[in-house]
Design a protein around this ligand. Structure first.
Ligand SMILES: NC(=O)C1=CN([C@@H]2O[C@H](COP(=O)(O)OP(=O)(O)OC[C@H]3O[C@@H](n4cnc5c(N)ncnc54)[C@H](O)[C@@H]3O)[C@@H](O)[C@H]2O)C=CC1
Ligand SMILES: O=C(CO)COP(=O)(O)O
Length: 320
């Protein structure tokens, strides 16, 4: 089946590069100048400099042309997903749509697949998530991802069609678990970056990563996810990658917070809005999410990193 990608940022372009090894892929960007530059230079200078774009990857500023493909991958930032889908709802109705964003929508508390379902009840929806830096995918390095789809038959088709020589896709029908694993790990990565940035040490990071994982499970299971999904690529796998690598923008935002440095606000950092969305839901439902609350406190500058750690360390002692 033919593939089109909506969103020519780092990840959409990287996925396009990988999939274009199997056949033609259309890549839509809203910015016609960016499309012209990609066509002329055969490079995505801003996000993937030095990686040549093959002729089979076809940048386009024509949404409707790109949307004619059988499978559409949506690779825009989470907080922009509703706008992109609703702006093009007519042409997207009934299509096979694979959300590639990681986050929880601030206004609704929904994950990526749920936002699409909310807008397009007739769409055939899946989610592609898991540990995968765009730079690695773009350079053809080995990567394993999770393809989540409630419709098992469609999931099998997508798993086959979106697997490439360097992208190996595993399948699950637990869309909520996959969605929340990918969203919540970004919040924990901000926390881990902050402790490293503040010089609090690798042991503190290991503690946050592990207790953060417990927090992710708590929220995901409360929303109906299966625990084993959180233990897979979309949860633990991506958590480990994002909490331990300077390549992660969420982790780098955390490093800046920990060091008291400014961070470029134009960089896509999904964990910031997700932390706020999740903290709001936790407050409503009474779920215990102390690390998420600490991250919101750091982002809002209500807390210093030392205050946040002191709060976490002084919580009542409990069983693990
Ligand atoms: N970069 C990475 O390594 C990975 C990113 N992701 C996820 O992919 C999603 C996209 O991230 P990136 O590509 O990295 O971000 P990015 O910042 O590199 O690119 C985002 C793209 O979306 C476009 N965009 C923003 N708002 C738009 C709108 N309203 N309409 C049309 N286009 C719009 C921007 O122009 C930009 O080209 C995020 O949810 C991220 O978590 C997932 C795995 C890896
Ligand atoms: O999701 C990612 C890797 O799997 C990318 O992480 P960042 O968005 O933090 O860069």
């Amino acid at each position: 089946m033919s593939v089109g990608i909506i969103g020519a940022g780092a990840f959409g372009t990287a996925l396009g590069l990988s999939l274009a090894r199997k056949g033609p892929v259309d890549l839509w960007a809203r910015d016609a100048e960016q499309v012209a530059a990609m066509r002329d230079t055969r490079e995505h200078a801003k996000h993937l400099p030095g990686v040549p774009l093959p002729g089979t990857l076809r940048p386009s500023a024509d949404f409707d042309h790109t949307a004619k493909n059988d499978i559409l991958l949506l690779a825009v930032p989470m907080q922009q997903l509703r706008r992109v889908v609703s702006d093009h709802a007519e042409i997207l109705t009934g299509k096979t749509l694979v959300a590639c964003c990681k986050g929880v929508e601030l206004q609704s508390g929904l994950g990526a697949a749920a936002v699409i379902a909310d807008l397009l009840p007739d769409a055939r929806i899946a989610l592609l998530t898991g540990p995968s830096f765009a730079t690695d995918v773009a350079r053809g390095l080995p990567t394993a991802l999770t393809l989540a789809c409630a419709d098992e038959a469609l999931g099998q088709v997508l798993q086959r069609d979106l697997t490439t020589t360097n992208l190996r896709l595993y399948r699950t029908s637990d869309v909520i678990g996959a969605e929340l694993g990918g969203a919540l790990k970004n919040v924990i990565a901000i926390a881990c970056g902050a402790v490293i940035g503040a010089g609090l040490g690798d042991s503190a990071r290991a503690a946050l990563l592990t207790r953060g994982y417990a927090e992710m499970q708590r929220m995901a299971i409360a929303r109906g996810a299966r625990p084993e999904t959180l233990a897979g690529l979309s949860g633990l796998g991506d958590l480990v990658l994002t909490c331990t690598s300077d390549h992660s923008r969420n982790y780098r935002l955390g490093l800046s917070l920990g060091r008291g440095e400014a961070f470029d606000p134009s960089i896509t950092v999904e964990g910031a809005a997700t932390a706020r969305a999740v903290a709001q839901e936790a407050a409503r439902s009474g779920l215990d999410m102390p690390i998420t609350h600490a991250v919101v406190g750091l982002l809002d500058t209500d807390l210093t990193i030392n205050d946040a750690m002191a709060d976490l360390l002084s919580r009542p002692l409990k069983e693990e």
